[in-house]
Ligand binder design. Structure first.
Ligand SMILES: [Zn+2]
Length: 419
């Protein structure tokens, strides 16, 4: 972190907004091909100025108007809200002012992992704890695509300690609050506050397919997480894991097994080995049958702030903002290669504004292109001409799925999952 932040921001933000902020792609994304004339015009933006002055319910006719105000005011933060029934800037003068649509959004904050990570705490993030985020991205990205049929997902590093996911499909933007709540609850597995020890319980005899799939992603990373975070190294850490075993007899046996070793990795292997042996002998009690999965999921399944997802008019920080505490760009990344994304090396406003006149500048657009060499943002842009076709194809897909019963099974309205 640059120690002179945020003092230098008032000097650098005007350069950033004037020379680097990608207003073109940004506004084209939020216009969705201009299929609906007022879609962009009725969108709420909120600007946070110095000294925590909030300007809510701002709205703009077009890219030029947005750019002009942002360049004039140099906001520390830009938030994106819903698309309303009227222009947000007129909200005091109209009778029925209500949010109609917005992207379905997810917010995963590293501070929610403080009880399971040991490398950092609070606002700090390093490459070790970023591994929790890579697991979260893969699990959530796949669930949204496979269980709900969404295709247009934009993943963004928040600039400090979290990630956001914007689901931009038309079907997602049209979800009402109750559908958003149902969807968020379907995806939420780790629940309960700091006083609740066991946060994941898997009832029934079979794992739901979405949990089986999540387990597959988690298994690829879990041993590394166990080692990097020293999940079983200290007596207190071992006790925290064993506290998730509700059967006292099994807990004692597992403790005995784990105590024979000293490293986290050896202890985890011993615990898994013991449970599997008991399982094979048919000696594991029924409600302990998923204990290995419950431990893994509690430590690494995505921890969602579901209130952000539930609200139709919740504000979320816009991609390409500068995080006012770190100076880092709020940068999109590819969820499929999230493990290659390094939050520590995300460019800061100081770096990119210092290079703005250099002959070999790392221009913002190059940076964006390097991160967006997959789909999402560039894909939204290229959608402009073929948007109608895509929308109708997607609708057809959804209808076909509903007819075939596949979607119905995982439909947020008719949820039959056992979580
Ligand atoms: Zn860390």
């Amino acid at each position: 972190m640059d120690l002179r932040f945020p003092e230098v921001l008032p000097d650098l933000l005007p350069i950033y907004y004037k020379r680097l902020f990608p207003f073109g792609p940004f506004c084209r994304w939020l216009s969705y091909g201009n299929l609906k004339e007022n879609y962009f015009k009725h969108r709420e933006f909120s600007l946070t100025l110095a000294d925590d002055v909030y300007l809510r319910f701002r709205s703009y006719a077009n890219q030029d108007e947005l750019a002009a105000e942002v360049q004039k005011r140099g906001p520390y933060k830009i938030d994106i809200g819903a698309v309303y029934s009227f222009r947000p800037k007129d909200h005091r003068t109209v009778q029925v002012f209500q949010p109609l649509e917005r992207e379905l959004v997810f917010d995963i904050d590293m501070t929610d992992y403080d009880e399971v990570r040991t490398c950092c705490s609070g606002a700090d993030v390093c490459t070790k704890c970023w591994r929790f985020m890579t697991v979260a991205c893969k699990v959530l990205d796949t669930a949204l695509r496979e269980d709900f049929g969404f295709e247009h997902l934009l993943w963004v590093f928040s600039g400090r300690r979290g990630v956001h996911c914007w689901v931009c499909d038309e079907a997602a933007r049209k979800l009402d609050t109750s559908a958003r709540a149902a969807l968020a609850e379907y995806l939420q597995l780790v629940s309960g506050g700091v006083n609740q020890t066991k946060k994941v319980t898997l009832p029934g005899d079979k794992l739901h397919h979405s949990i089986k799939r999540a387990k597959g992603f988690i298994e690829q990373q879990f041993v590394t997480l166990v080692e990097e975070q020293d999940i079983l190294g200290s007596p207190a850490a071992l006790a925290s894991v064993l506290a998730l075993v509700t059967d006292a007899e099994l807990r004692q046996e597992l403790e005995k097994e784990a105590q024979r070793y000293s490293s986290s990795r050896e202890r985890w292997d011993a615990i898994v080995r013991y449970i599997h042996t008991q399982q094979e002998r048919g000696q594991l009690k029924r409600r302990q049958q998923f204990i290995v999965e419950e431990i893994m999921l509690q430590y690494s399944y995505p921890r969602l702030d579901i209130n952000v997802t539930k609200g139709l008019n919740h504000l979320l920080k816009a991609p390409f903002c500068i995080h006012p505490k770190t100076g880092k760009v709020c940068m999109p990344f590819n969820p499929r290669s999230a493990e290659k994304f390094n939050p520590m090396t995300v460019p800061t406003i100081r770096l990119i504004t210092s290079e703005v006149d250099a002959p070999n500048q790392t221009s913002m657009m190059q940076l964006i292109a390097s991160q967006l060499n997959f789909t999402s943002f560039s894909e939204f842009e290229s959608q402009r001409s073929s948007m109608s076709e895509r929308v109708s194809t997607h609708r057809e897909n959804l209808e076909n799925r509903e007819k075939s019963g596949r979607f119905k099974k995982h439909n947020v309205y008719k949820r039959d999952v056992v979580i």
